[in-house]
Every structure is written in C-alpha cells, then in structure tokens.
Design a protein around this ligand. Sequence first.
Ligand code: UNU
Ligand code: FES
Ligand code: FE
Length: 459
Amino acid sequence: MVNVDSLIDLDKAVQSKQVFWDQDIYDQEMENIFGRSWLFLTHESQIPEPGDFFTTFMGEDPIIVARQKDGSVKAFINSCTHRGNQVCHADSGNTRSFVCSYHGWAFGVDGSLAGVPLETEVYYNKLDKDSMGLREVALVDDYRGFIFGCFDEKAPPLAEWLGEMAWYMDSWADTGGGAELIGTPMKTILKCNWKVPTENFVGDGYHITWTHVAALQVIGGPLGSAFGAGDMPPLDDMGAQITTRHGHGFGVIWDVGHAIHRNPQNYVEFQQQTLPEVIEKQGEWAGKMYTGHWNASLFPNCSFLYGTNTFKVWHPKGPHEIEVWTWTLVQKNMSPELKREIQKEAIMSFGTAGTLESDDGENMETCTRTNRGFQTRKGTMNASMGLGVEGRHPELPGVVGSNFIGETSYRGFYRFWDEMMRASDWDDVIKNDNTWVDQWLGEGAVSKLPTVDAAFKAA
Ligand code: UNU
Ligand code: FES
Ligand code: FE
C-alpha cells in the first residue's frame, strides 16, 4: 500500500510530483480508482444494432462492449477463459460470436461460452462451460447515450456518480435531440501520465492564454482577439470554474462556445435556434452554460471541450504513457452538413494532428518526464490559484470559482483522487457525500458569481 498521506496537501492545494511517475502509486490507482469508478466506454450511436460491438479499455484491461439481442448493452473482459488470449481483435464491427484465434473457443455476444472444439473427444464432456463465459463488467449503464462501465458492483448508480455534473451537461446533452459522438475515434500515443491531460481539461484555463496564443491568433474570433492581442476583458466577468462531487469539473467561458470554429455561422445559428429549449427546461444559467465554451473532465480519465466538439478518453498504459482516443461531439438534430463541418473543425483543432492538440502534447510529456529525476520527484506541484475565492452558489451546484482562470476544478479532482486512494471501499466514500463541500470550504464561502437576477435581469 502506498502512503497517500504525503502525496496531496489539501489545504495548500499542493501535490507530490511522485503522482506522475511512481509505479506503486499507479498500481494503487488501477485498484482503487480504475477498479471502482464508472469509466466511459462508448456512445450508443456507435453500436446501434444487436451484435454490434466496440472494443476499448477500462484502465489497462481490454474490454468488449456489445449490443445484445434485447437491445441492452453488456461489457466483458476481452480475454479468453481458456488460456487468456484476446478473443476479439477488431476495433468494432457486428458479429454473432467471438471466436478465439488460439484454440477456437467461441463466445456468444452475451459472453457465454458457446462452443469448444473437440469438446466430447478431448474433454469427455467434463468441461463446465456455464461457468466459463467471458468475465462480465459488473455494471454497465448509459447517461443520455454515453455508455459507462464499472468493475465495482458497490459503486453508486451512474446517474449519482455523474450527479450534479449531469445537470450542467444536460444543457447540451439533453438539447437539440441530445448529444452524440461521431467518427471512429482517432488514436495516438502520448508519453505522459494519464492525470496530466485530465487535470489540464478539468481546470486549466490559464494555459489557454499562453500555450495556445499563436494558434488562437491564427484562428481569430473572440478568443484570438482576447488572448492573442493582449487586450483581455475583465476576467471575473468572462466565465466560471465549477467542480462537483466525485472529482468532475469544468471551466466555462461565457458566450464563446464557437470560439475555435473558423467559420462558426452555422454552428451559432443551431445554438441560437435551440437555446430557448434549454432556458425553458433548465433556466437562465443553463442557457448561459449552453452558449459557453467548456473545458471539462469526468473523473478519472474522460475529457471534452464542449463548443470545440472534442471528446477524449486518456487510456493509461503504465504511469508514463497513455493512448488518446478522440471523438467528435455533436447534437443529433444538427444537419449532416453541419455535423460534417464540425467534425472537420474538431479534427483540425483537437484531432491527433490538430493545431491546439499539438500545442499541448509537448507540455504534457515534459510534465511527466521531468519526474524521472529522483530529486525532482521529491518536489511538489501547485494548484492554489483562486484558493479561498471559490464558494457555494445559491443557484448552481458544486463548488464555484468566479473566474474561468483558476484551479478550483484541479482542487476538486485531487481532493477526490486522494479520497479514492485512501478509501478501503465505496462505503468509505459514500459517507462523505453530504459533507464534502463543508469539509472543503468550511462555513461561509459564498461564490462571487452573481445570482441569476443580478446576472440576467438587472440589465
Ligand atoms: O486547451 C484548451 N483546453 C482550450 C483551448 C480550451 C478553450 C479554448 C482553447
Ligand atoms: Fe506552469 Fe511551467 S508555468 S508548468
Ligand atoms: Fe490546451
């Protein structure tokens, strides 16, 4: 067991650099975090028909996700119960069975062991096939078409796991026909720890103004002029940073959801047409979320940029490497032409060779690689920006920082990381569900973000 006590200082918002490097910390993450959290698998629209399957990973475990005859979805460990060979080698497809390439054992789409070559002749019918199906992932569920799996049957239901983050996401996930992911995911390798991109997407508004300046200047538009030309509007009015239970969080920049699109007219038009739907359903704040640009992460390793339409999973491959999987995030009621246009934009900004994606990669690898040094690793990292300025908001759930350039959601992420790493089981976590905000903020601590009346009605 790793001694977690020395890794995260919650009050100072400081983390040991070891968390990006040490193998024993990583192994405990696989057990405590990837073994217990709901992990994103795929989107419903990628496996619409019975027999459709998609292969992915939960932590480092290879997984088959398959649509069943009755329309439900099951997930299995992609490893033969005979000698452990991988039973499905395709990324996705449609099938009636998964036949192992080693000795030919055949598993149904429901994971059951259906056929064993020479079963009578060599096993003399003594093989208990019923107990030798593929190991099933304990929990599989979907949130508005986004399918997740969890190895721990004691985990709270998916809706509770996403919790208040789901309310924020509903502003777009439940509008315009609902959200969907399109495209076969693009896949790349980055030599970085899986938490580096997760923490970047969950809360790093800061780096946008520095890492991405050159790209934003070329793209132009509202962020190009705000950051590129250096004449920034008052930051407190530009957005917010929000984190919710279970380490999820995002930063939002008001009104510029389309900012990274070079020709945003059609996208903006779709948003304006569907905006009244959001406001009617969820109120003014949700409308403000809907037209904003989000950088976001769902604990532990799934991130997206709403507005820039990129949706990613960072699959860990040991402490120092990840596979990045990137889809395009759209809404179902967009026209095929608009979806295509958005997909092209998303590929050019945050696809494998995207302009902004390339900006980030080097930093992420270097934040990891520096910790190869024994003395370096004795040091700490700092995520204290805006500490003490965040608070409760009377209308918005979670812990709310008033400025999108802050590290409120970094703190939310590492607080929950710390909690999961210490917990002996889910009961240990659930007992803090009603007190986590108080444990963090103490008494008082009201967010500086205005109320709905002050923000939307006064003018
Ligand atoms: O890099 C990002 N997360 C980002 C870049 C977010 C918003 C605008 C540009
Ligand atoms: Fe932030 Fe170097 S300035 S990591
Ligand atoms: Fe970035």
